[in-house]
Design a binder for this molecule. Structure first.
Ligand code: COA
Length: 434
């Protein structure tokens, strides 16, 4: 059969596809805008109005307000299981009707291959090319593993999806059903940069030499640091998430990837999510490689670029240097994502540095984010043995290789002044200030 005939023979509607779903099916999706909005909406609608039950949907960093995370009446019918947890997933996990799989992002392909089988892998793709291939558009991440463990593959073809040339490709012969769903991709609201995040961004930018290779994490501070790097030269990008500030750095000439030891002249990432500007940049662009996360986030790969700089955020840090970026006390907030992958990769790189950066206080200045001990029930994301630099608007503490007393002194010196006496008292009480 000709490629176009094969394509047409697999075309169906989201509603018809949902009709064929059986009780207990497990679905897999990857991160961000390659998630399948229409297919999931049809499955949830059918479950809501009928008898469909025990469906599980694995997701990560969601681009859509999926009903299985927004509507608790779907509990037991369709439940979300998150590999990261943000937005709707975060709320549903806290409310007790969604689940979370702890992981280092780099390990997800092996964890999927070792532990899960999917009744269907669902992915939104760009239109089929003349050879019968769909580009997995903005995301590579763990898709290859889900494809290898899926009984069926359902694609939503969207002409607004960019065609990422250096990315996993899916052939029409591998696909079981095609749903056409043309719509502009979801965008993230632009991050608001306040005075504090700009101060922190500038402090970190002073530590970054020309020619460095950067990773920026999620949140206002990594974004502010990106914007503070516009006057640098010959920067490179090897990152997990490709963001708006990175497109800005490429387009203003600060990033040219010329000094990278691996993939010179290419930007390397595992997924992209943000503005239309990002999606336009990816389209048909051989200068950006969107590759599987077990390669991109492998610390042994990350460290092969000299002067690797990673910048990530946190909820709180204790005086040992333990970093919590995932919970507020026992309350679930986020996932580990690639934080530890990049802390390790950057610290192993020649000339590399890893920064954990945050505003010194939370909740309108009432809570110090530098604590004598982490809040009860808090989750450790980056351990005391991995942590490198910690940054607030009051300065930078260099913890790696330093004693407990040195860590405590440095951390207290970058805490908000209102909390320094209390932290000093608590540190002495614990015997960690000499
Ligand atoms: N105590 C109490 N509440 C706190 C707090 C603390 N110590 N620190 C933060 N919060 C609250 C904030 O007030 C905010 O609450 P709100 O939503 O009601 O306003 C919420 O927690 C989020 O904090 P904020 O600082 O605005 O988050 P952010 O958008 O800058 O993201 C992380 C910070 C840590 C959640 C985010 O970076 C993350 O998910 N990290 C984990 C994974 C990671 O680093 N991946 C990197 C590679 S992508």
């Amino acid at each position: 059969m000709k490629l176009e005939e094969l394509y047409q023979s697999k075309c169906t509607s989201a509603e018809k596809l949902a009709e064929a779903v059986g009780d207990g099916w497990v679905f897999g999706m990857d991160a961000g805008p390659t998630q399948t909005e229409a297919i999931m909406a049809a499955i949830c609608e059918r479950a809501k109005n009928g008898s469909l039950k025990d469906i599980k949907v694995h997701t990560m960093l969601d681009a859509y307000p999926f009903a299985f995370y927004a509507d608790s009446s779907l509990n037991g019918k369709v439940n979300g299981v998150s590999w990261f947890s943000s937005g709707g997933a975060r709320k549903a996990i806290s409310a007790g009707f969604a689940d979370y799989i702890p992981n280092y992002y780099r390990d997800t392909l092996k964890l999927i291959r070792d532990n899960y089988t999917y009744d269907a892998f669902c992915i939104a793709v760009s239109p089929m090319d003349k050879h019968g291939y769909f580009s997995l558009a903005t995301t590579s991440s763990y898709s290859e593993a889900m494809i290898s463990k899926a009984k069926r593959i359902f694609v939503e073809v969207n002409e607004y999806q960019p065609r990422a040339v250096c990315n996993t490709q899916l052939h029409i012969s591998q696909v079981d059903a095609v749903v056409v769903n043309n719509h502009p991709l979801p965008v993230l609201p632009p991050v608001k940069l306040d005075e504090t995040s700009i101060t922190i961004g500038n402090l970190i930018a002073e530590q970054i030499p020309d020619g460095a290779c950067i990773q920026l994490g999620i949140g206002a501070i990594p974004d502010a640091t990106g914007m503070a790097l516009k006057s640098k030269h010959d920067l490179g990008i090897h990152t997990e998430m490709f963001t708006d500030s990175m497109v800005e750095l490429i387009e203003c000439g600060a990033v040219n990837n010329s000094k990278k030891q691996i993939h010179p002249f290419k930007t390397v990432t595992t997924f992209a999510f943000g503005s239309q500007r990002i999606y336009d940049y990816i389209d048909d662009n051989p200068a950006i490689m969107i590759l599987p996360v077990d390669y991109v986030n492998d610390p042994n790969v990350i460290c092969r670029n000299d002067n690797m700089i990673s910048i990530n955020a946190a909820v709180e840090v204790d005086l040992w240097g333990q970093v919590c970026a995932e919970s507020i006390g026992p309350k679930h907030l986020s996932g580990t994502g690639g934080q530890v992958d990049y802390v390790r990769g950057a610290t192993q790189s020649r000339g590399g540095k890893s920064f954990i950066a945050f505003e010194s206080t939370a909740k309108g200045g009432t809570i110090s984010k530098i604590k004598a001990s982490l809040a009860e029930g808090a989750v450790v994301t980056t351990s005391k043995n991995d942590v490198d630099y910690v940054v607030t608007e009051y300065g930078i503490a260099h913890l790696r290789g330093q004693s407990l007393a040195s860590r405590a002194k440095q951390l207290i010196s970058i805490a908000h002044p209102d909390f320094r006496d209390e932290l000093t008292f608590e540190a002495r009480k614990r015997g960690i200030l000499i």
